[in-house]
Design a protein around this ligand. Structure first.
Ligand code: C5P
Length: 261
């Protein structure tokens, strides 16, 4: 008699590295005062600064929770932020109960790659499940882009969101006097890598294990997948999905979010 096994439906996991310590903006941006009012603490890494009273990180999580196929989200934060993160989940799950149901918090590492690796180790995933990684500080990611990235991973095995280059890109050499142009990279051959980036669990885990074994440190997941020989497709991104990095970015994000309402 043939044994018929129960096939479990594919799951989609999301890892959000949010353990960065960039606080430069907190000191230079008036919005940092809003965080003092929460009583959680004044020192605000970018992902905890607020837009319209809502932390940047919570905006990012809401975009993923709007995608029904997302089974669970793992947020990696520094040990000192675990309490603040849990408090935010408790506060904001009043408007979105999925926050409490689908979001898990893990401790991050010394760099982005280590934070993602720790979250990856916490997943109870199977080889064909989809794992997406998204920077906490890109709150304007749209649910439709997330959906297209999941589709691309299901179809091709790995994908990133990328933005076509509109500027001409120069390769340079750093000298004592400044940067010296050495060549021009045809812009049709270049995209800016955004997030989400992801792959099937088996490929992503292998890429991370190989990088760790070789002590390779990359700034995104695709760089690890590329060196592991995994082809990575590009899904069209948007200039709105920028990374909050410098003063002025919070105001720009607020402008876009208000317009979306
Ligand atoms: O610093 P960078 O711009 O590469 O940060 C991208 C994302 O990685 C941010 O969401 C940041 O919080 C996260 N990160 C992390 N662990 C670190 C450093 C950065 O999760 N040790």
């Amino acid at each position: 008699m043939t044994q018929i096994g129960i096939v479990r439906a594919m799951r989609v996991y999301v890892i959000v590295p949010a353990a960065g310590i960039g606080t430069r903006m907190a000191m230079s941006h008036p919005a940092s005062g809003v965080l003092v009012a929460t009583g959680i603490g004044a020192a605000a890494p970018k992902q905890f600064m607020t837009i319209g009273g809502v932390p940047v990180l919570i905006h990012s999580l809401r975009a993923f929770l709007a995608v029904e196929r997302v089974s669970a989200i793992y947020v990696a934060v520094r040990a000192s932020e675990l309490e603040r993160m849990r408090a935010h989940i408790a506060d904001f799950q009043l408007d979105n109960e999925l926050l409490g149901a689908k979001v898990h918090v893990v401790e991050g590492g010394e760099n982005r790659q280590e934070s993602v690796a720790r979250a990856l180790a916490a997943l109870d995933a199977e080889a064909d499940d989809v794992v997406l990684v998204h920077d906490a500080v890109r709150p304007l990611i749209s649910p439709s882009t997330i959906d297209r990235t999941i589709d691309a991973i299901v179809r091709h095995g790995a994908a990133i969101v990328g933005l076509p280059a509109v500027d001409t890109i120069k390769q340079v050499e750093r000298t004592a006097d400044g940067a010296l142009v050495t060549s021009t990279i045809p812009r049709e051959r270049v995209v800016y890598a955004q997030t989400p980036q992801g792959a099937t669990y088996a490929s992503l885990k292998r890429a991370f294990d190989e990088a760790a074994a070789d002590e390779f440190l990359g700034t995104d997941e695709a760089s690890l997948l590329e060196r592991a020989g995994v082809p990575v497709m590009v899904v069209a991104g948007s200039a709105r999905n920028f990374k909050i990095t410098q003063p002025g970015d919070l105001e720009l994000a607020e402008f876009y979010l208000k317009r979306a309402e």
